[in-house]
Design a binder for this molecule. Structure first.
Ligand SMILES: Cc1cc2nc3c(=O)[nH]c(=O)nc-3n(C[C@H](O)[C@H](O)[C@H](O)COP(=O)(O)O)c2cc1C
Length: 384
């Protein structure tokens, strides 16, 4: 096994530990935390890890490939970078670092409406390969303008989000007075002073801003004003009336993210949606919800041949990707893992994180005697 990454950080846990040392506490807690008591945050990973796979050691093996076809596009691995809001607050310039790394490794990068780079900049960096995640605007004119900009940036896939009818209740962010730009209370200044590389990079790239939304918003909002702006600019709860015009307008593939049960998948199919991401926002919205591996198993069994079913939330390794694929997912996404990588290693973090995940996943495939990603389900050990 040729190791092409910095061998001091061979796991996502190593990157998380390093990230915690390098970025201010308010930024790390925003990235790392779940909602309420973190029950579903922890359950996502622990229940996924109950999935077990069987190896076939005596079968002939002709080599393994991570190549994965999704929506007619061939990607180099079945994993993509999930959309993250306020990305540049966690690590300066991180959307561009991750988008470029995704482009170089030929995997999808999804830009959030509330990330800190614009659709146009990310479209240019990825030569039109990035996906765009749309928070649903309250005004039709804003919705249409954002969709038009995503089409002009040549995004192949538009992702709409159904799991944010309200903002998650996140005690750490409430205590930290999370704001955009960060509020420089004495507590936060002390935290920043202890993290010189984050502070220097923030000076270099400037205060993070919602670049895609800049044309529509007033400057310098604190958390309270930001909440108000978001509340009146976006109407989180999706329904048929909101999805239909988007489906009519968007000529590319349309994906619904945040699906957590079969009823919503049935509705998505009826509305002409091309794919769903089974997701609970990384345990940041409903602490009393299920881990994503549970509905994934039910959804792929019932609808796997009718719609592309993808998953995120709680994946932290190559074996985790393998577990999800064996359980029927066509593709996987990760949010925090890539942000830990870029926070830990800066410009090299995206490339490093993708490299360790690819290396780990390939090792699992060789161990299982799994030659293609479509073969993963044949290695699932059914426990009930
Ligand atoms: C700090 C943070 C910000 C996020 N912001 C967004 C967002 O703006 N839009 C979105 O669709 N999902 C957002 N998510 C959810 C991720 O896209 C993804 O569903 C989640 O991170 C997956 O779980 P994981 O972090 O355990 O991999 C965010 C997640 C985190 C951790």
């Amino acid at each position: 096994m040729a190791l092409t990454f910095d061998t001091r950080y061979p796991s996502i846990d190593d990157l998380r530990n390093k990230a915690q040392k390098r970025i201010p506490k308010f930024a790390f807690e925003y990235l790392d935390g779940g909602c309420n008591e973190d029950v579903n945050l922890l359950r996502n990973t622990s229940e996924l890890r109950e999935v077990q796979l069987k190896p076939n050691y005596l079968k002939n093996h002709h080599g393994s490939s991570l190549k994965t076809k999704l929506f007619g596009i061939e990607y180099d691995a079945p994993v993509g970078i999930a959309p993250i809001g306020l990305q540049g607050l966690i690590w300066p310039n991180s959307p561009e670092i991750l988008a470029k790394a995704a482009f170089n490794h030929n995997i999808p990068f999804i830009l959030s409406t509330v990330s800190t780079s614009s659709i146009e900049r990310i479209g240019e960096l990825t030569e039109g390969k990035a996906w765009f995640q749309l928070y649903h605007p309250a005004e039709d004119t804003l919705r249409d303008d954002l969709i038009k900009r995503a089409a002009e940036a040549e995004c192949p896939v538009l992702v709409i989000l159904c799991d944010v009818p309200t903002f998650g209740f996140r005690p750490r962010d409430i205590r930290n007075g999370l704001a955009m730009p960060p509020k420089m209370s004495i507590k936060n200044v002390l935290q920043v002073l202890g993290k010189p590389s984050w502070a220097l990079n923030t000076l270099k790239y400037g205060q993070p801003n919602f670049e895609t939304l800049k044309p529509y918003m007033p400057k310098g909002l604190d958390l309270k004003q930001l909440g108000k702006f978001m509340d009146h600019t976006f109407s989180g709860r999706l329904n048929e009336a909101k999805i239909k015009p988007i489906r009519d307008m968007w000529k590319g593939k349309l994906v619904l993210k945040g699906v957590a049960n079969e009823v919503d998948v049935e509705e998505a199919i009826r509305l002409g949606i091309d794919g769903v991401i089974v997701s609970n926002h990384g345990g940041r919205q409903l602490d009393a919800g299920e881990s994503t591996i549970k509905p994934l198993e039910r959804i792929t069994a019932k609808y796997g041949d009718k719609i592309e079913v993808m998953i995120d939330s709680g994946l932290r390794s190559g074996p985790d990707i393998a577990r999800a694929m064996a359980s029927g997912a066509k593709f996987t996404f990760m949010g925090r893992s890539f942000m830990y990588g870029v926070s830990a290693l800066g410009n090299k973090g995206g490339d490093h994180t993708i490299s360790i995940l690819k290396t780990q996943l390939l090792q699992v495939m060789e161990q299982l005697c799994c030659e293609t990603v479509e073969d993963f389900p044949n290695h699932l050990i059914k426990t009930n």
